[in-house]
Write a protein that binds this ligand. Structure first.
Ligand SMILES: Nc1ncnc2c1ncn2[C@@H]1O[C@H](COP(=O)(O)OP(=O)(O)O)[C@@H](O)[C@H]1O
Ligand SMILES: [Mg+2]
Length: 278
């Protein structure tokens, strides 16, 4: 019976036809109502998850801050103790990693303010690579850059874009635990700036491809499963798309397309005029 209501009645003539059309209209609007209700349930679910995430992140942030301060003090107080540096560096590394994950949780729960400015995607990529260089070297990931030097500048929230690039680069490195190659290509087609990140890592099983952008989906022991979900939201905000192509044990390619004229350009209230640059 539940399902019968969605079946549309065939065209009929006369009064019966009028009744049939009225019933059909009702069925269509009922389906639409159910679709909207589903969407609402999904967004309420996400809001609840966001609140939970923010709460947890705040709880974690204070002790992390205290650990960070104590390590700084240890470095000064016990600078003569041999081998201390190795320990403090290890603590620092882990604390920074936790801080990054906490920031991911906070960003998920409370989307940060948008601020757009004119920027060069190539420069953003170079900037992100300069501070991920040490991590990539340590993981024995070789980077091959193929940046189109005629690429148009775009209007974007540079902090959000940099975060997306970091997420994808970190994921690529994590997918290549024994090293590999990361190729980053930029090009321009059909009024879009297209950026692709190809790794030679473990790849993603076909049946998991639909889930990787879901919040909290992770296959890692210490993953948050938020990086790609936040990245997806950020790219969507810019009117762009993010797609993935992957082959198991061969590697994955993440392709981001950003429109030259972003829908954000219509929002003059978001335009950060004094800060034009990268
Ligand atoms: N380059 C990649 N190669 C293989 N799997 C990937 C890659 N990027 C993402 N994934 C898969 O998508 C999942 C979700 O990624 P993400 O949202 O960044 O969360 P996290 O990195 O915390 O697990 C990862 O756990 C992994 O299974
Ligand atoms: Mg990640």
């Amino acid at each position: 019976m539940e399902k019968d209501i969605h079946h549309l009645l065939p065209e009929m003539s006369g009064e019966l036809g009028q009744v049939a059309r009225a019933v059909n209209r009702m069925a269509v609007s009922l389906t639409e109502k159910e679709r909207l209700e589903d969407q609402l349930r999904q967004s309420e679910h996400l809001i609840a998850l966001g609140r939970l995430a923010t709460g947890v992140a705040h709880e974690l942030r204070n002790p992390i801050g205290i650990i960070k301060t104590l390590v700084e003090l240890m470095k000064q107080e016990y600078s003569q103790v041999s081998g201390i540096e190795e320990f403090t560096r290890a603590i620092d590394e882990q604390v920074d990693r936790q801080a990054l994950e906490i920031q991911e949780l906070l960003d998920f729960g409370r989307p940060t303010k948008v601020s757009i400015k004119e920027c060069s995607v190539n420069d953003l990529i170079k900037g992100v690579l300069s501070f991920s260089a040490a991590m990539l070297r340590k993981q024995r990931v070789g980077v091959v850059l193929q940046l189109d030097n005629k690429l148009s500048r775009i209007f974007a929230d540079t902090e959000k874009l940099k975060q997306v690039f970091v997420n994808i680069i970190v994921n690529a490195a994590e997918a290549m635990p024994s090293g590999g190659k990361l190729e980053i290509i930029t090009r321009e087609t059909d009024n879009m700036v297209v950026i692709s990140f190809s790794d030679t890592g473990e790849g993603i099983p076909a049946e998991e491809m639909v889930r990787i952008f879901d919040p909290f989906y992770t296959t890692k022991k210490t993953g948050t499963g938020l990086g790609l979900s936040i990245s997806y939201q950020s790219i969507q905000l810019h009117g762009g798309t993010i797609e993935v192509d992957s082959a198991l044990n061969k590697g994955s390619t993440f392709i981001i397309s950003l429109p030259l004229i972003s829908p954000l350009c219509d929002r003059s209230d978001l335009l950060d005029a004094k800060n034009s640059g990268n």
